[in-house]
Design a protein. Structure first.
Length: 118
């Protein structure tokens, strides 16, 4: 059974930083894409960042490019989202996901709240 467990959310002031982690268990992810999505109150879930497990290729939403960095540790079966220069509009529940295609995610974490105060 595949499980994704997020950690690292919290409350931070504008301009601050947080690092989210997603620890996976239950399978290997060779050839998979790992990503971060977020959902703010009253809005749909949106893509934030993605990394290819095998090659480390990354892709970011325009709104976070230059501020957020996605990375992975293959040995630990974990990927991360380093968030710098946080803004109030980054406030959301952040979800990690994994799937066999860049637009196809099979597995999801439970979500972690990130709140950026102004």
């Amino acid at each position: 059974q595949v499980q994704l467990v997020e950690s690292g959310g919290g409350l931070v002031q504008t301009g601050g930083s947080l690092r989210l982690s997603c620890a996976a268990s239950g399978r290997t992810f060779s050839g998979y894409y790992m990503g971060w999505f977020r959902q703010a109150p009253g809005k749909e879930r949106e893509f934030v960042a993605q990394i290819s497990w095998s090659y480390g290729f990354t892709h970011y939403a325009t709104s976070v490019k230059g501020r957020f960095t996605i990375s992975r540790d293959i040995a630990l079966n974990t990927w991360y989202l380093q968030m710098n220069s946080l803004k109030p509009e980054d406030t959301a529940v952040y979800y990690c996901g994994a799937g066999p295609g860049s637009r196809h995610y099979d597995y999801w974490g439970q979500g972690t709240q990130v709140t950026v105060s102004s």
